[in-house]
Design a protein. Sequence first.
Length: 278
Amino acid sequence: MTTDSGIMSLASGCQTPESSTTLIDIREEFTIMEVIAVANQKGGCGKTTTTVNLAAYLALRGSHVLLIDLDPQGSSTTHLGIDKDNLPKNMNEVMMDRAKLQDIIIPTTVNGLDIAPTNNDLVEADAVLTSKVGREKRLKKKVQELNYDYVIIDTPPALGNMTLNALVASDRVIVPIQVEFFAVEGLKTLIRMLDELDELGYQPKRRYLLTMCDNRRKITEEVSTKIRSLLGDAVFKVVIPENVRLVEAPSQGLPICLYDASCSGALSYKDLADEVAT
């Protein structure tokens, strides 16, 4: 994810070892970071599963990735094998301006993937920010100081201050949609919030991901067709299947790529990472 226009012209005609080093330094400075929020106020739609596994597969593609756990439940933190109850610092301290985001980041078992963990302490920041001026931009300012290829943000199943901060900080929002009868109905509130943010100048690109699909059920095809007809090309081509290995992986503290890389769920999240990155 590097912008090459202008960089090569700076190095044109230069053949010395010193200029090669300079070119590498310039490339690093021109790395473009993309921030992606994974959001849906409806619980149980595969939001955290998508956050963790998308981040892991982007890292496996060679990208430097940070996962920010902005859900007080700390599910992404637990999913990556980190004890959320024994964190020296977490996202609550960051959102309360008591710690820098860079100071709480820790590595994970996936090479190239780091996490800014959290736990239930984050409910403090969620409540306090309600009365703060500019509350929606607090995370955005902190993320802009980072140097990653991707920042993936897990959000709570609610449209409160944490989700608002994630959306404002993001270039793109991925909305996981469980393929069920009430799926479209549940999107209305989130889409209304995104429309309001658009009017304020915050316009993350919207993408939708069909999750927990069981092709043995007739309703799956009916709902999938309806969603694609309503949302068009904004819906990812890849579909995440209902898969028991995806359900088991969090209990082992592992993303699916390290738990069972050959299962259908793993292959689908690998395809999602490819689609996101291209």
